[in-house]
Design a binder for this molecule. Structure first.
Ligand code: SF4
Length: 182
């Protein structure tokens, strides 16, 4: 499956100069994390969140309160930064995928797939292709041929009139997959 991971929506990732997860260096052997200001975490707590394994990393509140970059890092009332990580394999796979999806090769590949998926969505929405309107294989085959012809004409018209193509929808499955892995 070639599909983009949804963006990191944490306040730190959305802020112009915020410290998102990728700003931290994780040492899986010693179970510690080093922050961009050079402080080392003081807590590494394996937990279960929504039925999945996760690790909550805790930084010392006195380090964070005295930190010149605190505003870029945390908005917590306690004043200290907490990080939630996935287990090592999942975390590294996510990081790899996020890096890869910024490359031109990946974007070109996804653009191709997005065009195909857009066409499939259009066929389903416009011609109601999910349901057979008739009984009998021959009639259903004829329905498919009519649907394909209609879609070809619609897309040719879009091509000739520079009409923008459909955007790809983010399915519930994709959104759920993100929720489980982010
Ligand atoms: S707020 Fe805490 S975790 Fe964040 S950069 Fe400063 S010392 Fe490091």
């Amino acid at each position: 499956m070639v599909t983009p991971l949804m963006a990191d929506h944490s306040p730190q990732a959305r802020a112009a100069e915020g410290f998102d997860k990728s700003s931290f260096r994780i040492d899986w052997t010693t179970r510690t994390v080093r922050c961009p200001e050079g402080s080392t975490s003081i807590g590494w707590h394996p937990v279960t969140q929504h039925g999945l394994d996760a690790i909550v990393v805790e930084f010392d509140r006195w380090d964070c309160r005295a930190c010149p970059s605190q505003k870029r890092c945390t908005t917590s009332v306690r004043g200290s930064r907490m990080l939630t990580l996935r287990p090592k394999e999942a975390h590294e796979a996510l990081a790899r995928a996020r890096t890869e999806q910024k490359t031109k090769t990946w974007k070109d590949k996804y653009a191709l797939i997005a065009g195909i998926e857009g066409t499939v969505n259009q066929a389903l929405d416009i011609t109601g292709l999910r349901r057979a309107r008739y009984r009998g294989l021959q009639k259903v085959r004829l329905q498919h041929a009519f649907s394909a012809t209609a879609i070809n004409i619609i897309r040719l018209d879009a091509h000739w009139t520079d009409h923008p193509l459909r955007r790809v929808r983010t399915s519930r499955l994709e959104r759920l997959a993100y929720k489980l892995t982010a």
